[in-house]
Design a protein around this ligand. Structure first.
Ligand code: PLP
Length: 396
């Protein structure tokens, strides 16, 4: 009767990864599933990056690097932040980790104490609450309505701030909503954060995937005061189709960077050496394929939004970034579909998967039960077929 970690008994498995595993299982059984569940680009990693990795292996640069990341990669990240985000950092501000998820884990471990509260705008990315809890802190949720583009309102943020508020998470462009904060909106949040002495955890992993001529702006670039209290997170997974390579990074003040580096030096040592070298090529090499992927996502986004809004009793607003659409299913809650009572988004997801072989992620996973999340990181043919199936399923 051994007592295991009380704190971690409360950590739930990642719903999206669980669904992903279920889809892979169904596919391996020969079932023709259309998946809108995926959280990764369906493109291959660009050739120049793959070749750079092969070269590194052949050259034999395969040992450990500095635990917080390869110095040359940190240099390149600083150049990228300067050029693309108007952010001036030095290598000692940068920590390279095993994916942005690991960066986020390090951040909350570095900044949180018991009793601390971390503000999480809802709908949120599935891992934020659990990462905060793993650091002994408490998530505080703010519901952001579809009417407001799923974005945080200034007055709502002010209303949840207490003496225990340590940080706010800002994910722009957002998973799952695709919303993108404007400069004016970021200025409002920055002002509040500075005034109330709150850190900003700015997850910018989807920055390369922005549409309609909109611009991604890093909140840290607004002024020195907000930069000092912001931890910027980015990585190679989404923009460079490098999910499996596991490279993410943070830029922060040196004090926070140092603590994160120390934690990482004991928890994992350096992230994969070969992937770090390949990321140098990713960030400095030809960016043409990155823009091609963005254009392909954009085409799918437009198709998906248009088609969803043609289907009776479901709808969505147009996302400005990332590769997800939040589909409003509130009109189906409480109704019956094919003899199944739909009480919530989980029922909807299950009944859809079983009856129409279409996989989606229930909004409950993101704290938004009136919605389901559809990823358009899949081919246009799949999107067309999947939405036809949803239409038939709901309206036949
Ligand atoms: N942040 C957000 C908002 C994400 O959607 C993801 C991946 O799904 C991550 C961070 C983590 O990305 P990775 O660990 O692959 O770099």
């Amino acid at each position: 009767n051994i007592k295991l970690s009380k704190k971690n008994l409360n950590i739930t498995p990642s719903v999206t990864l669980t669904i992903d595993a279920k889809i892979k299982q169904m596919k391996s059984e020969g079932i023709d599933v259309i998946s809108f569940g995926v959280g990764e680009p369906d493109f291959h990693t660009p050739d120049n990056i793959k070749k750079a990795a092969v070269k590194v292996i052949e050259k034999g640069s395969t040992g450990y690097t500095a635990a917080s990341g390869l110095p040359q990669l940190k240099e390149v990240i600083c150049q990228k932040l300067e050029k693309e985000n108007k952010l001036h950092y030095k290598p000692e501000n940068i920590i390279v980790s095993n994916g942005a998820k690991h960066s986020l884990f390090n951040i909350f471990q570095a900044i949180c104490n018991p009793d601390d509260e971390v503000v999480i705008p809802t709908p949120y990315w599935v891992s934020y609450p659990e990462l905060v809890k793993m650091a002994d802190a408490t998530p505080v949720y703010i519901e952001c309505s579809e009417d407001n583009g799923f974005k945080l309102k200034k007055e709502d943020l002010i209303s949840v701030i207490t003496r225990n508020t340590k940080a706010i998470i800002l994910n722009s462009p957002s998973n799952p909503t695709g919303s993108l904060y404007t400069k004016e909106e970021l200025e409002e949040i920055a002002e509040i954060a500075v005034k109330h002495d709150i850190l900003v955890v700015a997850d910018e992993i989807y920055e390369k995937l922005v549409y309609d001529g909109e611009e991604h702006i890093s909140i840290a670039s607004l002024n020195e005061e907000i930069k000092e209290r912001t931890i910027v997170i980015n990585g190679m997974s989404k923009g460079y189709a490098m999910t499996g390579w596991r490279i993410g990074y943070t830029a922060s003040n040196t004090e926070i960077a140092k603590i994160m580096g120390n934690i990482q030096s004991h928890a994992t040592s350096n992230p994969n050496t070969i992937a770090q070298y390949a990321s140098i090529e990713g960030l400095t090499g030809d960016q043409t394929s990155i823009e091609e992927m963005r254009r392909a996502f954009d085409e799918r986004r437009k198709y998906m939004v248009n088609r969803i809004n043609q289907i009776k009793d479901i709808s969505c607003i147009t996302p400005k970034g990332a590769f997800y659409v939040m589909m409003n299913i509130s009109k189906w809650i409480g109704r019956e579909i094919k003899g199944n009572k739909i009480k919530n988004s989980i029922d909807f997801a299950e009944v859809l998967l079983e009856n129409a072989n279409v996989a989606i992620v229930p909004g409950l996973a993101f704290g938004a039960d009136d919605f389901i999340r559809l990823s358009y990181a899949t081919s246009l043919e799949n999107i067309e077929e999947g939405l036809n199936r949803i239409d038939n399923f709901l309206n036949s």
